[in-house]
Design a protein around this ligand. Structure first.
Ligand SMILES: Nc1ncnc2c1ncn2[C@@H]1O[C@H](COP(=O)(O)OP(=O)(O)OP(=O)(O)O)[C@@H](O)[C@H]1O
Ligand SMILES: [Mg+2]
Length: 391
């Protein structure tokens, strides 16, 4: 079903679009700018399927000074063809493309050119949407997806998530070249970039807003690359960069990456943020990191309960006891009995870990096979061979 929307206060523009659409003008809905902004923009929040426009035409006044509206439409109606009426300069056009605008209607062009431009933008948007739907239905066909999404979580801060996520990711990337991407979902204070000594020029916000959202080729150019061949989506450089990144952005990004890479490793904040929950919804593997202290063990036990209640236990689960030091009064068996399951990997406390964090060189990159590197490599193999407690 065709359904067009034009957004502008210029009624002459409504008439021009209507003329270009010819008979299909009966499917045209015209909004003034105030309509698009009504209820804080709530009219542009529902999914594309159902009665939502498959083609949206924005007047020059709809993007005057800002592409917020365009970006919002691209986010909430990802299957819509988004066109801009503009005789604009290159800088404006670039900003428009970044906001998800697919084509331009030049006011100086004849009505037939508009008809053709609208039809071709609409057709290519429809092709993209059917490809996405096909992908979705294949994913739901019940078979195990080829890719693995591994989410590293813990109930408490400082338990070793970033250390384990980065070592795991580098281990996977080394074993299978160009197979792995790590995503830093510690969106305000993430330190995957430091742990890998990366100096990215694009960050998480670039991956979730703008053209990367609808175009995986663009997304791939936004990834940082580590010397091991691992790719990375690094957290914003400053906490302000994290503003506006929603759980929905995270789900979409992880879906895109899982389609492209064999392994997607996700580092998270302590506890269960909305972004972590969004990642866990898609996880094939969850790595639980737990320290040998009472708060961590009790916290993780609660986390198991909450995730069970939410139906978010992953297909395979891996329990990693980190920073194990019997001198602190507890032993691995204490944690295992409280958690009701055995540990898959135990990483002792050792100063080389802190050293490696400070130097930004993951331990699995070293040639050593010591008591720290061995359990990290064990975890890599558990993931690769798809072993782990089955839910
Ligand atoms: N097994 C270990 N032995 C000694 N030090 C460790 C060990 N594991 C982690 N550390 C150190 O503990 C600190 C915190 O580790 P890391 O940053 O990986 O934790 P995190 O769970 O990601 O923290 P946050 O919750 O703040 O993100 C780092 O300096 C790291 O080097
Ligand atoms: Mg961390």
């Amino acid at each position: 079903m065709k359904h067009y929307l034009v957004v502008s206060d210029d009624t002459a523009l409504h008439a021009r679009v209507s003329e270009a659409l010819g008979e299909e003008a009966t499917e045209l809905e015209a909004w003034a700018l105030a309509d698009a902004e009504a209820d804080g923009g709530a009219r542009i929040t529902a999914p594309i399927r159902g009665k939502h426009p498959d083609t949206v035409i924005l007047g020059p006044d709809a993007v005057a000074g800002s592409f917020v509206l365009a970006d919002r439409i691209a986010t909430h109606w990802p299957g819509a063809a988004l066109l801009l009426v503009s005789g604009a300069d290159a800088a404006t056009l670039r900003a428009a493309m970044r906001a998800g605008i697919r084509d331009i209607l030049d006011p100086a062009e004849a009505s037939e050119v508009w008809t053709e431009t609208i039809a071709s933008a609409r057709d290519s948007a429809r092709e993209r949407l059917s490809a996405a739907l096909l992908e979705e239905s294949t994913a739901h066909a019940g078979e195990e997806p080829a890719s693995q999404l591994i989410v590293v979580v813990s109930s408490k801060g400082g338990s070793g998530k970033t250390t384990i996520a980065t070592n795991l990711a580098v281990g996977l990337a080394t074993a299978e070249p160009r197979s792995t991407v790590i995503v830093d979902l510690d969106i305000e204070f993430g330190d995957v970039a430091n742990a890998l000594r990366l100096t990215p020029d694009r960050w998480l916000q670039d991956a979730v807003f703008g053209p990367a959202r609808n175009d995986t080729m663009v997304l791939k150019t936004f990834l940082a690359e580590h010397e091991s061949g691992l790719f990375a989506v690094c957290a914003p450089e400053t906490p302000e960069g994290a503003s506006g990144i929603t759980a929905e952005h995270v789900s979409h990004l992880l879906g895109q990456l899982a389609h492209e890479y064999r392994y997607v490793v996700v580092d998270t904040v302590p506890g269960l943020s909305e972004h972590t929950l969004a990642a866990l919804e898609q996880a094939t593997d969850t790595v639980y990191v737990c320290g040998l202290d009472v708060p961590s063990i009790r916290g993780l036990r609660k986390e198991f309960d909450v995730l069970t209640e939410l139906g978010l236990r992953a297909k395979r689960e891996h329990l990693v006891i980190n920073n194990a030091d019997a001198r602190a009064g507890l032993v691995v068996a204490d944690a295992e009995s409280t958690l009701g399951r055995s540990a898959d990997v135990v990483i002792p406390a050792h100063r080389s870990v802190r050293l490696s964090t400070n130097e930004g060189v993951p331990l699995v990159q070293s040639a050593r096979r010591g008591r720290i590197v061995k359990p990290l490599r064990q975890l890599v193999e558990l993931i690769r061979t798809r072993r782990g407690a089955q839910q």
